[in-house]
Design a protein around this ligand. Structure first.
Ligand code: MN
Length: 219
């Protein structure tokens, strides 16, 4: 037994060095941006989960206009770029491309990313609010982390424009993997968003044009 002790130490040491360090989910986000040039927040991973999980949908006039759907999962905003944006119609499925995790305080960001910076162009808080995870399997709740891993997310949004159940589904086609965003059937399905608020910020009431003119800060 005595002779096993050093061996055990060596084993523990080796396992320790081989084990991957806990990855900072914001590394990719932070590497892409120069925070002395962009008004976007550097941010950090939030340790405590919000009492009510939050979501935000940005409208982003980068090289191509798109929407970014972001859900709070494990202290960051897990994000998808949706070229066509969300829809209240149950008859459409819109492509959702996973993008890098964003910090929680990005949910409050509205403004202009300067020319030459990553994602240059105006960013609007198109919708924001809280969400409820409604995914169940065998009648048991499935955590958001697990939903993300399985590629089946079902949430109920409580926003200013979007309400009710939406699903994000990971889909495989030969040679590629992508996600789809779709509206699930419920009382909010197929109800149009009032024109008076549809094209305006849920935070400031501004249009994209008005935000674009404000090239100083987000507030
Ligand atoms: Mn974007």
């Amino acid at each position: 037994m005595k002779s096993l002790f050093p061996l055990l130490l060596i084993l523990i040491f080796n396992v320790g060095t081989v084990m991957p360090k806990t990855k900072n989910p914001l590394t990719s986000y932070q590497k892409k941006r120069n925070f002395s040039q962009t008004p976007e927040p550097a941010g950090k991973v939030k340790k405590k989960q919000s009492k009510k999980l939050i979501f935000v949908i940005h409208k982003h006039a980068a090289r191509n206009m798109h929407y970014d759907v972001r859900l709070e999962i494990n202290g960051v905003l897990t994000s998808w770029a949706i070229p066509k944006g969300p829809s209240t119609s149950t008859r459409v499925r819109h492509l959702a491309i996973p993008t890098e995790d964003h910090p929680m305080n990005y949910a409050k960001f509205e403004g202009v990313i300067p020319k030459g910076q990553y994602g240059a162009g105006p960013v609007m808080i198109w919708d924001t609010g809280t969400y409820t995870n409604i995914k169940k399997s065998d009648n048991k709740k499935v955590s958001m982390k697990e939903c993300l891993k399985r590629g089946t997310i079902e949430v109920e949004l409580h926003g200013k424009k979007l309400n009710g159940a939406y699903a994000l589904i990971r889909t495989k086609a030969p040679g590629k993997t992508y996600w789809l965003l779709l509206k699930m059937r419920d009382a909010y399905a197929n109800k149009a968003i009032p024109a008076t608020i549809k094209e305006r910020s849920a935070k400031s009431g501004r249009t994209m044009k008005e935000i674009a003119k404000d090239d100083v800060s987000g507030d």
